[in-house]
Design a protein around this ligand. Structure first.
Ligand SMILES: NC(=O)c1ccc[n+]([C@@H]2O[C@H](COP(=O)([O-])OP(=O)(O)OC[C@H]3O[C@@H](n4cnc5c(N)ncnc54)[C@H](O)[C@@H]3O)[C@@H](O)[C@H]2O)c1
Ligand SMILES: O=C(O)C(=O)C[C@@H](O)[C@H](O)[C@H](O)COP(=O)(O)O
Ligand SMILES: [Zn+2]
Length: 373
């Protein structure tokens, strides 16, 4: 195979057909230089502004802006906020909105969200709000953002009461994922992101789960080609769900697998633990609870735990059940005295259950902190 063909083989385009707007997710090595052309074809507009953060902007904003200018955009001065979950807050959102206004972006102009899930969430929300909605192109640079947060249109900031409590559904005009950007990601962040990859495999792809358990995605066997394939498969899994249920009235709630307990672990750590690691721990806790309730087999639970542990991700939490329940009580999926949870039954089969807070407390007792007990 010639080099040119090999590069073509690593590229894929996944079409996402949500009811509010259809768009394409471009996955491949070296895609960043195509950003301008993809934005022009999908979002149009005359002017654009890159929103990024202090770690990612020095690495990739010049290349992104060069590509945008080459495609004919009038590129406004970029907006850069402090990296980290601590920035996913209303004051930072307000600064970004003031920044877009100061740069005189119009409603037909384009926000470029360049970064990990934090950037995608807050820049996506800024785009949803600014002038009651302008175009956004998502350019995910972390693995988590490539496989999950850039796709599906959930945007949000956090409140003191919990994660993602203020947000909007706002689909991008396009997603441009360049797996080459992962070359600058730290091993710890790559590992963290694998939590959402494993979640997708548990939801819909038993063969992928077993492949990942044998050969972890954060291991030495992963080259750009494998990474691009796994990212594209993850995007397809998420695409199928969000296309069927964009506003999370049913099926989309399954994407919250591992999140009821995961979000609680994340908030209790004051966001010092990464989102993907917390999802991995929450997923294993729910799998163990499911096994002990007789909802899934020991083998199913073990396959999930094995894959999580093979990636060096946490398979449990040491937080007390009281602390966990204190945070779960603020979960968005709580409706009065009940909470919606996602329970693994088999690999590639999960069930949504509505449980009382008392039942959830029992599941937490069964699934969390059981190692060595
Ligand atoms: N909207 C959704 O559907 C959705 C889905 C999953 C997660 N999320 C949200 O995403 C966030 C987590 O995303 P994340 O893990 O990407 O966090 P993040 O954006 O904070 O990125 C993690 C770290 O990696 C750095 N980074 C990102 N790309 C890099 C690169 N290419 N090279 C070097 N450093 C890089 C960042 O600067 C940061 O320090 C959470 O806020 C979570 O709630 C949203
Ligand atoms: O896209 C979705 O839907 C998801 O639930 C994906 C999750 O991985 C993501 O963490 C999402 O932000 C969680 O949504 P929330 O509504 O529980 O905050
Ligand atoms: Zn998540």
């Amino acid at each position: 195979m010639t080099l040119e063909n090999k590069q073509c083989a690593e590229k894929s385009v996944i079409h996402v057909d949500t009811s509010s707007r259809p768009y394409d997710v471009h996955v491949g090595a070296g895609n960043l230089c195509q950003l301008g052309a993809i934005a022009r074809a999908s979002a149009g507009g005359a002017r654009c502004c890159v929103i990024s953060e202090t770690n990612v902007a020095p690495l990739y904003a010049d290349a992104a802006e060069k590509s945008l200018a080459a495609a004919g955009y009038d590129v406004a001065e970029r907006l850069v906020f402090a990296a980290g979950e601590g920035s996913k807050r209303l004051p930072v959102l307000a600064d970004l909105l003031e920044g877009l206004a100061a740069r005189e972006l119009g409603r037909a102009d384009v926000v470029i969200a360049l970064g990990g899930g934090v950037t995608g969430d807050i820049a996506g929300l800024a785009a949803a709000l600014y002038l009651r909605g302008c175009e956004v192109v998502q350019v995910p640079t972390s693995l988590l953002a490539m496989v999950d947060s850039s796709v599906g249109g959930k945007t949000a900031v956090d409140l003191a009461a919990g994660k993602n409590l203020v947000g909007a559904f706002w689909q991008p005009a396009a997603v441009v994922a360049d797996v080459r950007c992962l070359s600058t990601v730290s091993p710890a962040l790559l590992t963290d992101s694998c939590g959402e990859v494993i979640k997708h495999a548990v939801l819909d792809d038993a063969a992928l789960l077993d492949e990942l358990a044998r050969s972890p995605l954060n291991g030495p066997e992963t080259d750009e080609s494998r990474m691009a394939r796994v990212v594209a498969r993850n995007v397809s899994i998420k695409r199928d769900v969000v296309a069927a249920d964009e506003r999370e009235s049913g099926l989309r709630q399954t994407l919250n697998l591992g999140h009821t307990i995961g979000h609680a672990i994340e908030a209790a750590s004051d966001f010092s633990l990464g989102h993907g690691s917390c999802v991995a721990a929450g997923l294993c806790c729910m799998a163990r609870a499911s096994e002990r309730r007789g909802w899934c087999s020991p083998q199913t639970c073990e396959r999930i735990e094995r894959c999580v542990i093979a990636h060096g991700l946490p398979a449990d939490t040491e937080l007390s059940h009281d602390v966990l329940m204190g945070y779960v009580a603020h979960d968005k999926k709580r409706h009065g005295a009940t909470v919606s949870i996602v329970v693994p039954e088999e690999i590639a089969r999960v069930r949504l259950r509505t449980v009382s807070l008392e039942e959830l407390a029992q599941l937490v007792e069964l699934g969390c902190g059981v190692r060595g007990a």
